[in-house]
Design a protein around this ligand. Structure first.
Ligand SMILES: [Ca+2]
Length: 121
């Protein structure tokens, strides 16, 4: 229970990609946590490059981490889910809400995301 709480609250607060990868590995042995993918953020257009998964039906990340900061260019959004991307950490600055898969988030928001909120029906 302690591990589940820790993963849910901190997996996207981790600063390095290696830490994120480790957390995702840990999630693989907790299938009840990994059941819902709210969205998947990609560094490149057309869902290319390294990606970051937003696990859970209602999740937020006030700091996307140094590795992913100002990198997001495309996003897969699970059916029934939506994600709001924020330009600054702690949900600050401009925002952009996506309601479905978005192969290119547009020049205005490209490489700008520093935090996000994601939820599913
Ligand atoms: Ca990018």
């Amino acid at each position: 229970m302690q591990i589940k709480t820790l993963l849910l609250s901190s997996v996207f607060s981790l600063n390095s990609f290696s830490s994120i990868a480790q957390a995702q590995t840990d999630l693989n042995i907790q299938p009840q946590i990994a059941d819902t993918v709210c969205a998947q953020l990609f560094m490149d257009i057309n869902y290319g490059g390294d990606s970051l998964i937003a696990w859970g039906k209602d999740t937020s990340n006030q700091w996307i981490g140094r590795y992913f900061n100002d990198e997001t260019s495309s996003v897969l959004v699970s059916p029934g889910c939506s994600i709001t991307l924020y330009q600054d950490w702690n949900f600050g600055g401009k925002s952009l809400t996506l309601y479905g898969n978005t192969s290119w988030i547009g020049s205005e928001f490209n490489d700008e995301t520093s935090s996000y909120k994601c939820s599913c029906n």
